[in-house]
Design a protein. Structure first.
Length: 144
């Protein structure tokens, strides 16, 4: 009976020890996003951009530049858009402290008319985990 209790206790300890390992945020290659407790800080040069008047069917692009102002490497996890008409491109490599990066946004105005406002949610390991960017365009039909 005593042996059974000790065995149960040992198994419980093993279970609890293995459950607490590996709680860091991981990227796809299983490396830690944060470097030894140092956090990144993303700072965009601008948070909104207006394309002005564009013709319906035109594709326009803008590059949002940013800097990592934190002591740790910056990793962008995702950049999701509010509409399928807007696509993002960005570097998936870690950005060292003090270095610059960019995020390109392409807006396809095909089938759109009037003032269009789209948002981009940028998720990263920055102190501010989600940053919202905004693009605007006035789409005019070919007849205007």
């Amino acid at each position: 009976m005593k042996t059974e209790g000790i065995l149960s206790f040992v198994l419980l300890l093993i279970f609890l020890t293995t459950c607490n390992s590996g709680h860091g945020t991981k990227t796809e290659d299983n490396s830690d996003i944060k470097a030894q407790g140092e956090s990144a800080k993303i700072s965009f040069r601008e948070y909104e951009y207006n394309f002005g008047r564009i013709k319906e069917g035109e594709k326009v692009a803008h590059i949002f530049s940013f800097e990592n102002k934190g002591p740790g490497n910056l990793v962008i996890a995702s950049a999701s858009t509010s509409c399928g008409c807007t696509v993002t491109k960005y570097d998936r490599n870690p950005i060292p402290p003090g270095e610059d990066g960019s995020l390109e946004v392409v807006f396809d105005s095909d089938g759109r008319n009037g003032v269009q406002t789209k948002t981009i949610s940028v998720r990263s390991n920055s102190k501010t985990q989600v940053v919202i960017l905004k693009i605007t365009a006035e789409v005019i039909s070919g007849n205007d």
